[in-house]
Write a protein that binds this ligand. Structure first.
Ligand code: HQG
Length: 181
């Protein structure tokens, strides 16, 4: 596999494991796991070929560590970013650091001021530990605007936080009074 093929398969995996498993009739269990063999066979039928070794390489080298195997590598799932509502990846709540960051773009600032940070199509609002990461997230959409979230205050008020296996902080909608614009 060259880099282009790796990226193509990685995007295909994101689509299946986060958003649309039904595209190839794949089943995810309640914790988001797909059976590796089923994934390989059904992808092949749908015209995307890769081996178990290819999958191992993708999991290992993925820039954001988006995917993870179970212990015996018979199952695979996405570590975060799901839009499917009925899978639960994260069960343990975590104490967040005092501040976390969210990268967005100027056109969303007015609606965010009005309605807070919303989950939009995903299961959670995504937050970054450092500004650099938030800048990268925002740059997907344009010129970055970085918001600082007073997560210590939120936590004290009972908001729940989760940390994905690949280091993304996740929470529910964030009212705008916790956001420093
Ligand atoms: C914005 C990528 C209007 C929000 C990244 C964002 C991340 C609002 C967009 C992960 C709003 C949602 C997630 C409101 C929020 N009104 N716009 N009230 N509240 N927004 O993609 O955080 O490469 O669902 O600012 O690196 O950009 O896929 O969230 O711009 O970790 O692994 O609505 O996706 O990771 O966009 O990115 P997204 P995100 P992967």
């Amino acid at each position: 596999m060259n880099e282009k093929e790796i990226k193509k398969i990685s995007k295909f995996l994101s689509l299946l494991l986060r958003h649309k498993p039904e595209k190839i009739d794949l089943t995810l269990d309640k914790n988001g796991w797909a059976i590796v063999e089923e994934l390989i066979n059904k992808s092949k039928k749908a015209g995307t070929l890769f081996s178990k070794e290819d999958l191992e390489l993708i999991v290992k080298t993925n820039d954001k560590q988006r995917f993870a195997f179970n212990e015996d590598k018979t199952k695979i799932r996405a570590s975060q970013g799901h839009s499917i509502q009925d899978v639960e990846i994260l069960t343990e709540t975590q104490t967040p650091p005092p501040f976390l960051y969210h990268g967005t773009v100027a056109k969303f600032i007015a609606p965010i001021k009005e309605t807070g940070l919303q989950k939009m199509n995903r299961q959670h609002v995504h937050l970054s530990l450092d500004k650099e990461t938030a800048i990268k997230v925002a740059s997907r959409r344009g010129k970055p605007v970085i918001l600082t979230i007073r997560t210590d205050e939120m936590y004290k008020e009972g908001y729940k936080f989760y940390l994905s296996e690949n280091g993304v902080w996740l929470t529910d909608n964030i009212p705008s009074h916790f956001i420093q614009f």
